[in-house]
Design a protein around this ligand. Sequence first.
Ligand SMILES: C[S@@+](CC[C@H](N)C(=O)[O-])C[C@H]1O[C@@H](n2cnc3c(N)ncnc32)[C@H](O)[C@@H]1O
Length: 289
Amino acid sequence: MIKTEINKLRSFRQNTDSVPESVKPFIRWAGGKQNLVSKLSENLPKEKFCSYFEPFVGAGSLFFHNNFINSKLSDINPHLINSYISIRESAEEVSDRLAFYKERVSEEYYYKLRDVFNKRKNHFTIDQAAIFIFLVHTSFNGIYRVNKKGEYNVPFGKAKPAIPDSSHLLKIQSKLKGAIITNGMYEDILTNVKRNDFVYFDPPYPPLNETSFFQHYSIDKFPNKQQIELSEYARELSNLGSFVMISNAETPMIIKLYKDWNIKRVSAYRYVNCKAERKAVNELIITNY
Ligand SMILES: C[S@@+](CC[C@H](N)C(=O)[O-])C[C@H]1O[C@@H](n2cnc3c(N)ncnc32)[C@H](O)[C@@H]1O
């Protein structure tokens, strides 16, 4: 885990005048919600909320689409969080590094950079952030996966990756200004949630079936036991008086876990097997309001 960052300006409100309205995420991410972002945004609480918590932030589709104040973003993936912090602190430097790598993109160069990234797998520098962003954009299906030694092992996938340019990263930087960004398990940040805060949970999804190659379409390990624990946390927050929204797959277990919540079915396009093709699947937007 990289050192947890605590923002001292707890009551800082983002300056919405200078924050761009809606920005695309800076990274491709398995299970990313970019194609559901309008439907998710339509389902935000209608009432005013205090702080925004997103503890499975991934590519942050919902966060970057909206202008939330007092945001707390976190994820278990330390390299992902290093890239958020690097862009927030030094967007121009990340952008210069990315432009350098983008000019050289090829299959051979991808594997060379993958080796560099793995040799420095415990480093959390600006250059490591740029390599991480480059690799995920250029990899097969935009996946981040590591082997037992913790080495990134996804094969080359895209000869023309959509690497974010400097104007895009500056907009991302502006959105991240004032946000508290931490690396850790989702439970870690929930102790700070209060009544009238809003928490959006987008956990890795359970498998569609036991043999599905991608465990549905997420590669993160988040077994049923954790889905059950998460539903218990969500219930506690709901009892506390917080607003809670959860995205999840339409499986019998998830429907049963949230049977007394409000559930909406929406359609999304996802990779559901090892082939590079996306299929329409039903997903759920679950709320306590
Ligand atoms: C479905 S993705 C989130 C996608 C995101 N909403 C987006 O639009 O890109 C799930 C995320 O949960 C993270 N994750 C997995 N297990 C976790 C845990 N126990 N605590 C916190 N984050 C976790 C993964 O690293 C991944 O980024």
